[in-house]
Design a protein around this ligand. Sequence first.
Ligand SMILES: Cc1ncc(COP(=O)(O)OP(=O)(O)O)c(N)n1
Ligand SMILES: Cc1ncsc1CCOP(=O)(O)O
Ligand SMILES: [Mg+2]
Length: 209
Amino acid sequence: MNISPSSAPRGLYLITPDVAETAQLLAQVAPVLPHATWMQYRNKRADSTLRREQIQALLPLCQATGVPLIVNDDWALAAELGADGAHLGEDDGVLHEARRALGPAAILGASCYDSAALARRAVDAGASYVAFGAFFPSPTKPDARVAHKSVLRDAAALGVPRVAIGGITPENARQLVAAGADLLAVISGVFAARHPAAAAAAYRAAFNL
Ligand SMILES: Cc1ncc(COP(=O)(O)OP(=O)(O)O)c(N)n1
Ligand SMILES: Cc1ncsc1CCOP(=O)(O)O
Ligand SMILES: [Mg+2]
């Protein structure tokens, strides 16, 4: 049972780490999932067979927990497997094609890095949320483009959830929420923590959820 509310999404947007063993991935995700509002499947090292296997394994777990599953990079795979949505970066395809394939109810996110103008264009093309970052040095993606907190306020008028990503820890989470983030997208802050479920709960608490 998901602890987070389903309307006006706010809270922890959990993203999977690159784990090759599907059973191990499930074992890592299961205890933290109840603290998440959304979940993203991201594995930059998996081939398409493993990605398919891992999404198919995660989907029933997410459905049982009431947490939407969003697929990184590949909207066609998300549509084929019946995932709840897709997340696209600037090199990951055309947003309006993804929207057409996934349907009007799907969650469709766009990486907007440090640009409110990019976010405006993404929403016009069908994105239902916009993501900014990296706000802090990211252990997962050390070469990620850098964003400043002010972009979260600049994007407030778009009227879609604003996601913050990059090096977010339980300690720095509240300053992003105060700057306007609706969801905090996190990999290492949860999955590399000594106590992942406690860390996940701490992000949720940053929203007073
Ligand atoms: C919620 C969220 N925000 C940003 C990203 C990064 O997307 P992208 O720039 O395409 O980089 P990769 O994740 O593909 O390395 C994301 N995945 N999720
Ligand atoms: C995919 C991505 N895009 C910008 S930073 C990042 C990785 C986020 O991972 P972490 O929470 O470990 O910094
Ligand atoms: Mg991408």
